[in-house]
Design a protein. Sequence first.
Length: 317
Amino acid sequence: MAKATHDITPPTVTLAPITPNPRNSSVNTIPITFSEVVTGFDPADLSLTLNGSPISLGDATLNTEDNINWTLDNLTGLTSSNGNYQLTLSAANSGISDQAGNPLNTNATDTWSSDFTAPSAAVSLTNINQAGGTTNTFTVTYTDDNAVNVTSLNSNNIVVTGPNGFSQQATLVNVTPTNNGTPVTATYSFTPPGGRWDTADNGIYTVQLQPNQVSDTVGNFEAAGNLGTLTVNIPTPTVGSTDPTTPVGSTTGTPTTTPVGSTTGTPTTSPVGSTTGTPTTSPVGSTDPTTPVGSTTGTPTTTPVGSTTGTPTTSPV
């Protein structure tokens, strides 16, 4: 006569791990697997929390075809927030047992994190008001509630647009820090139209983040859009000026200007037709036939009109 065999081994249960984890999408279904056929399992044996606070499972459903493999379904609306989730199956007072009546005596848990928030960006730009620069550098600081994925930062992130149809991708110069984290600062640069800034480039330039470029570590991409603008306002140089910062005809230092024809030194001016020396004049009707009327004797020196004596120094106009 065969000896009867009694089942005294309690059932066990496993909750399938949530993947990916962390994630940026809701969880709709969680598989639950028992080691054997069980009875007495219902939603009241399960509890769900978000960051330690309970979430009602009133809208969830529990389904099975063999009482071994179960699924907890209809969770999308309950798992669509940022944070840390935990699903727990509690054995105590659950009423779950195998066909031999052995009760479930171990708990099971499932944990995961959800992140639905994309990074944000803040740009730092400097306006241009001097000609001659051959490059423009600016920074964008990215922040995230989890971590920025630094591998998503590259020379495809940013396009700079401006007057006269200007459009250029900004080149990534460096990233600080170089590991995933928050905040992360990226430095970019671009070349002015024509290779250098000049008055023809005056206007407003817009820094635009491109779509599906910068993401966090769970795959949330920051939305495309304008990050900011910079203004180029280079003064037009005056004709003849070699230094755009110095107006035409201006002087530096303390110049001394001498009027046209002016003289320096101590000139001596003689009137028109004047003579120097000590002349002797014979009056009209003189009896000396050798001396003409109005003539002078001695050795006169005649100075031309407007001439000067001495050693004048004349400054150019």
